[in-house]
Design a protein around this ligand. Structure first.
Ligand SMILES: [Zn+2]
Length: 109
């Protein structure tokens, strides 16, 4: 793995408009400390970020929900051992279920 990135992407300095390497820590023209400007997320990035946050919530929610249903079902039908087994089974169902919901949201959202 190389520690140094060699990509030399030139951007316009946020302060003076001169060409600055994207990875530069300071503008060589005006000495600005933030040649790329304060980092602003694009609308697309914000949207993706929101989707990802939602995805995490969905995944956790589905896992907990399915594990809870399994736990309840197992405890009612079989008892403590069943509660644990079905809870685990529920979690195993909940994770891919959450993934499927996330994938469909990504496709249709
Ligand atoms: Zn500058």
């Amino acid at each position: 793995m190389t520690a140094r990135r060699t990509i030399q992407e030139l951007i316009g300095c946020h302060d003076c408009g001169g060409n600055v390497s994207f990875s530069a820590l300071a503008c060589p023209h005006c000495g600005s400390r933030e040649p790329a400007g304060p980092y602003v997320q694009s609308v697309k990035e914000q949207r993706l970020h929101r989707i990802e946050e939602k995805n995490d919530q969905t995944l956790i929610g589905m896992t907990v929900l399915c594990a809870g249903i399994g736990f309840f079902y197992g405890s009612v039908m079989i008892g403590a051992v069943g509660a644990f087994g079905y809870g685990l089974l529920g979690a195993m169902i909940g994770v891919p279920a959450g993934f499927i919901i996330n994938a469909s949201r990504r496709l249709f959202g």
